[in-house]
Design a protein around this ligand. Structure first.
Ligand SMILES: Cc1cc2nc3c(=O)[nH]c(=O)nc-3n(C[C@H](O)[C@H](O)[C@H](O)COP(=O)(O)OP(=O)(O)OC[C@H]3O[C@@H](n4cnc5c(N)ncnc54)[C@H](O)[C@@H]3O)c2cc1C
Length: 320
């Protein structure tokens, strides 16, 4: 610790009275200062390191070809660059050039470049929508009205004691590190919105409080995508999906693994349990061979297939 000075990028203006301190002997000193300044804040420093040096280290480790195949697995080769992009330590253009430099072919870089494209796309939408991104972009396709969703986060969520090892683990990770894998964000968001019937805005605000990469556009619009106010159907998952992409790590010690897991069902069953009938969607899906087929279509951005243009109620969804 003592040999670990915090060397941030020097700011071009001198320290001003009342500003947060900029220089620390080491991380421990930083932690102590934060404890004094924010005595009400719980927990300890995130293990995620800030700064350009760390960002460059991660850039040098990019593996775009492996990323394309493994990005949906919790232990897959994702970049973890989001906090540095979010805070302007890296520009998207820099990351793009690093991806090209580390890929043998343009094809091999495609998936990762696509994801950078989504980041850019959300930012542009934010410019257009402003605070309007906190409003439903479309009607929900769950069969429930917006008023049916709770405004408050229940205590068991805030305290990571839902009893579901997967969800409690994700919540602890979110609170403790400020970062979650994309799939974990999708599962946790879907659990909150669809299983617990909580407003997506409530969940999105909670994420923003904790994520080191917390970004109003990527966050709110991704929550809307899960909720179905910015996609053609709600995003849900089942236990098979979660076990596959998490290598079953939470299920192995979950008290509900053998009985009572709310995700242990087919997509058809889950949709029947979670959503009220939406005749237009069901009619369209039936023509395509059942809900499971369309469900896997909805999973496009999470790693299986891209959905076809099933557009029962809304315009074609631009993502996933
Ligand atoms: C409910 C929910 C909330 C989210 N909130 C945020 C948020 O507040 N801030 C944020 O930066 N991302 C958010 N995302 C998008 C995505 O989960 C993170 O960008 C990604 O997990 C960050 O990890 P990474 O840097 O290893 O990403 P990688 O998979 O390595 O991707 C590289 C970069 O591409 C961009 N990117 C990747 N996936 C997405 C995506 N789905 N949408 C937009 N950009 C993407 C990010 O800048 C990321 O750093 C959210 C996703 C969901 C489902």
């Amino acid at each position: 610790m003592a040999s670990d000075p915090i060397a941030g990028v020097p700011l071009p203006w001198p320290d001003q009275p009342g500003e947060l301190p900029r220089h620390f002997r080491n991380r421990q000193a930083l932690a102590q200062t934060l404890e004094q300044l924010f005595p009400e804040a719980a927990g300890s420093l995130s293990p995620v390191r800030g700064g350009r040096h760390q960002a460059d280290t991660l850039l040098a480790r990019l593996q775009p070809e492996r990323y394309a195949k493994g990005r949906n697995f919790l232990d897959g080769p994702v970049t973890r660059l989001s906090p540095y992009i979010r805070h302007g330590v890296l520009t998207l253009a820099e990351v793009r050039e690093a991806v090209f430099a580390r890929t043998r072919s343009r094809q091999g870089s495609e998936k990762l470049i696509n994801e950078l494209g989504w980041r850019d796309y959300w930012q542009r939408l934010w410019q257009q929508l402003g605070d309007g991104l906190w409003r439903d972009q479309e009607e929900l396709k769950t069969g429930h009205s917006a008023a049916a969703y709770a405004r408050e986060l229940p205590a068991d969520i805030l305290e990571a004691r839902t009893g579901l090892a997967c969800m409690d683990g994700f919540i602890e990770e979110l609170h403790g590190t400020g970062w979650l894998h994309n799939h974990a964000r999708m599962w946790l968001a879907a659990y909150l919105v669809h299983w617990r019937r909580i407003r997506w805005q409530t969940g999105a605000q909670w994420f923003l409080q904790h994520l080191l990469d917390g970004d109003p556009a990527s966050n709110a619009l991704s929550w809307q995508w899960v909720a179905s106010s910015f996609s053609h159907k709600p995003y849900i998952f089942n236990r098979g999906n979660l076990e596959r992409y998490s290598n079953g790590r939470a299920c192995r010690h979950c008290p509900l693994a053998t009985e009572g897991c709310p995700f242990e069902a087919s997509y058809e069953q889950l949709e029947a349990d979670l959503f009220a009938p939406m005749p237009t969607i069901r009619a369209t899906d039936n023509r395509r061979g059942g809900r499971d087929a369309s469900r896997s279509g909805n999973r496009g951005r999470s790693g299986t297939t891209q959905g076809s243009s099933t557009t029962a109620l809304s315009r074609p969804t631009p993502r996933r």
